[in-house]
Ligand binder design. Structure first.
Ligand code: ADP
Ligand code: MG
Length: 499
């Protein structure tokens, strides 16, 4: 399959038959993404200079990156390897022979006067990304992913009133991943971007560091009346946080609708999001592909990838997140949603599997990993690797829930104690805090009798058929046992006593 660059018309054709998305003030939102992922190679895409972040300006640029006359690019095999891995991860076609092209434009941080990219024949063609939006499964189709070099940076040194050029970033390998305009809301766009981020970090082709610019998204946004032709898009450049992504797209949607309602036509443009004002602002009117005078780069031969290389890569790749999630559904009986959540990263998946295997309670394991543990980690902005409660400890705790030793409520208190290192041993904490679930029915019955005697009004309401009053009684009884009773057992005893 060789693929010519997509045009607005072919995008429109490919949207035929896609369901209409949720409407905003009567408009359907259409979003397509272009994501620049910085590849994790140690050296640059066409030179041997280092790609490490944060060095002194121009200390990591070679003759090739400075575009000195006569310096020739040499393809970095590691960058190609990563492109192949990405293609396999998204079920795309890996081109047998792809072509590097010169994208011509002038900018101070681009000393050659052109960027080496891929145009007519990219290395990765087609493919798709699947993810959940709430409990709805979504598929976003990819058009392509192509290899290219990053540009340098202009540094505006206000204190000396001058600008300088830092070419350390010039030639850093990028894989630009382009979707069809398949997304229908800002929430779906963010969910796509998170899934893509998960894939590229999982397979290790990108470090995913958004602050450092390793994963930068451009969101193309347009609106239309349902059933109408695709509207004119504006492209929000360089979104480097999921929060800004959502804000920028939401602002852009409202802005476009307002323009159209006021009788203005949308002009194709490139815009920037300003987090301080929460607004998008036009940078330049959008150039077309023709403006770049693309042509094949005579310095680089076609990139030929033998099928043996593709197959060797396929065989050596570790289990992909969606394959692992499917296995969790099949082997552990997890709901698809849970399986997606516990495979959000390799570290989370490893933690979940350790808990599930040791406790033999996969559903409780996913509940706790997605619930209490995530909440704690989020609050303290910690990765799971830094969890204060280890998988082995959580497995023991879950075992105690499953065998009825502690209630869910009491287990939360044990978890808190484990987290704040009040103790490392689950059973010792249960003992010390007196959290053992009340299994003695005699003792429980006595407490329930007291509760019934003290809540005559509720008792009457229950007898009159008020279910809420029943909940109140259960609550009272649980409180009286300091959460140590089994709520189901309390319920049962109450029903028995109230007839
Ligand atoms: P470029 O921005 O380099 O000109 P393309 O024309 O290939 O690139 O399209 C870029 C992105 O814009 C793609 O992700 C595509 O899905 C998206 N796109 C195209 N048309 C629309 C549209 N009408 N509304 C929203 N997104 C669109
Ligand atoms: Mg673009």
């Amino acid at each position: 399959m060789s693929q010519t660059p997509t045009t607005e018309n072919s995008f429109a054709r490919m949207q035929a038959g896609r369901p209409t998305g949720p409407l905003v003030q009567g408009y359907e939102v259409i979003i397509g993404f272009e994501t620049h992922t910085q590849l994790t190679t140690l050296s640059k895409i066409f030179s041997r200079a280092s790609t490490a972040f944060g060095a002194e300006p121009n200390t990591q640029a070679s003759a090739v990156d400075f575009a000195l006359p006569g310096a020739l690019p040499v393809m970095n095999k590691g960058a190609v390897q990563r492109a192949i891995e990405f293609g396999l991860a998204v079920n795309a076609h890996i081109a047998e022979a792809s072509v590097f092209a010169r994208k011509n434009y002038f900018y101070p941080d681009l000393p050659k006067g052109y960027q080496i990219s891929q145009f007519e024949i990219p290395v990765v063609q087609g493919g798709m990304v699947e993810f959940f939006l709430g409990d709805e499964k979504k598929t976003v189709r990819l058009v392509r992913a192509h290899l290219e070099e990053d540009a340098g940076k202009s540094l505006h040194e206000d204190f000396i009133g001058m600008s300088g050029i830092d070419l350390n970033r010039a030639g850093t390998p990028l894989l630009e991943i382009v979707t069809e305009p398949d997304m229908r809301s800002s929430a779906e766009a963010v969910a796509y971007a998170k899934e893509l981020h998960k894939i590229v970090t999982w397979i290790g082709i990108c470090d995913g560091n958004m602050q450092e610019g390793s994963f930068r998204c451009d969101a193309n946004v347009s609106v239309r009346k349902p059933g109408a032709e695709l509207g004119t898009r504006r492209e929000i450049k360089n979104l480097n946080s999921f929060k800004f992504m959502q804000q920028a797209i939401d602002y852009e949607i409202r802005w476009q609708i307002e323009q159209i309602e006021d009788g203005h036509a949308i002009q194709q443009a490139t815009v920037l999001f300003d987090p301080d004002t929460g607004e998008t602002r036009a940078m330049r009117t959008k150039e077309d592909a023709a403006d770049y005078r693309y042509f094949p780069d005579p310095d680089l031969p076609p990139l030929v990838i033998g099928r043996d290389w593709v197959e060797k890569t396929r065989a050596e790749m570790s289990e992909l997140p969606r394959v692992m999630a499917a296995r969790f559904v099949a082997d552990y009986g997890l709901p698809e949603y849970d399986a997606g959540q516990v495979t959000q990263s390799k570290a989370v998946a490893a933690y979940f599997e350790a808990v599930a295997a040791a406790s033999k309670q996969p559903k409780l394991a996913s509940n706790w990993v997605m619930g209490e543990l995530s909440r704690r980690l989020n609050n303290e902005e910690k990765p799971i690797e830094a969890s204060a409660v280890g998988a082995a400890q959580l497995a023991v705790l879950i075992t105690r829930i499953a065998d009825g030793t502690v209630s869910n409520n009491a287990a939360r208190q044990v978890f808190d104690a484990l987290w704040t290192a009040e103790g490392a041993d689950v059973d010792a904490i249960i003992e010390a805090k007196g959290l053992k679930q009340m299994s003695d029915t005699g003792e429980l019955e006595k407490i329930i009798d007291d509760v019934l005697a003290a809540n005559v009004k509720n008792v009457e309401e229950v007898k009159a058929g008020n279910a809420k009053a029943m909940n109140a009684l259960v609550g009272q009884a649980m409180k009286a046992t300091k959460g140590k009773a089994n709520p189901a057992q309390v319920n049962e005893l109450l029903k028995k006593k109230l007839g």
